[in-house]
Design a protein around this ligand. Structure first.
Ligand code: BTN
Length: 267
């Protein structure tokens, strides 16, 4: 089943106050993040949603590709102007991942956990499998988070043979649920949760306690790569900081606070 999206169907499912009230649906785009960045330059408002059924040049983190067959996924981007202090720059990725995880649990009745810093997954019989990710792009000016684009990609109705990620740790909601999932209501649920979490964060409440509870990464031995340089680091994850940094204890007993990187759980 490939449930087509359209502007009306999407708007009908979004029962929020301000988030996603401006919706731009396109059947095909290069990348919703890139398109929304251009639209932001032309002055569209905070909360604007750009969503598509197919991306020709979908982007993942660290310059990777994010690809999915047409009409099988949720592929969308949201614009925010938080003006939060720069220490809170990671909060948007955290609340977006949390909102997706909560919505998957509520709408799909699947148990969903997160992998630091931005991966959303399902824990099933075969362990944790990635079903979605967040790509945050934005800029900080004078110590303040001025504009952020949050790109969200979720493998909804992708069959095993079409999985975009060359990894056995990838999955989709269809595979985990063993039946297709309607995309528009799932999107609606994500938007409601994200709006609420954003408002709490805007009042200064860190999303970290709720987010941390869902992290499969805590308590694991991990290898972290792509830390801005080509360096890598391994150790035991002891937890996270309120700003989202990972607390990693290396084999010499040193505690590292890590802002970004690619995590592999090694046991
Ligand atoms: C990741 O590497 O895990 C993040 C993937 C983010 C993909 C989404 S799909 C919608 C938005 N547009 C893009 O080009 N990328 C993000």
């Amino acid at each position: 089943m490939l449930d087509g999206l359209d502007q009306k169907k999407i708007s009908e499912e979004i029962n929020t106050k301000w988030l996603g009230k401006e919706v731009f649906y396109y059947p095909v785009v290069n990348s919703t993040n890139v398109l929304l960045k251009e639209m932001a330059f032309r002055g569209v408002s905070s909360g604007t949603l750009v969503i598509t059924d197919y991306q020709q040049k979908g982007k993942g983190r660290y310059g990777r590709k994010w690809s999915a067959p047409p009409r099988t996924s949720l592929l969308f981007s949201l614009l925010f102007h938080p003006n939060w202090p720069s220490e809170r720059a990671n909060w948007l990725t955290m609340i977006a991942a949390l909102a997706v995880s909560l919505a998957i649990e509520e709408y799909c009745l699947l148990s969903s956990q997160l992998k630091w810093p931005n991966d959303i997954g399902i824990t099933g019989a075969k362990g944790w499998r990635k079903v979605g990710g967040i790509l945050q792009e934005g800029h900080i000016e004078n110590g303040s988070v001025r504009q952020v684009i949050i790109g969200i990609g979720i493998n909804v109705n992708i069959g095993r043979e079409d999985l975009p990620m060359v990894s056995n740790s990838a999955s989709s909601l269809l595979i985990e649920k063993k039946r297709p999932v309607l995309r528009a209501p799932l999107l609606g649920s994500i938007m409601e949760k994200l709006e609420l979490l954003y408002e709490q964060a805007h009042e200064g409440r860190s999303p970290q306690p709720l987010w941390n509870e869902r992290l499969i990464t805590v308590g694991q031995h991990v290898l972290i790569e792509s830390l801005g340089t080509k360096a890598s680091l391994s150790g035991l994850v002891e937890g996270t900081e309120p700003d989202g940094r990972l607390l990693l204890r290396d084999s010499n007993g040193l505690l590292h606070k890590i802002n970004a990187g690619d995590v592999t759980i090694v046991g």
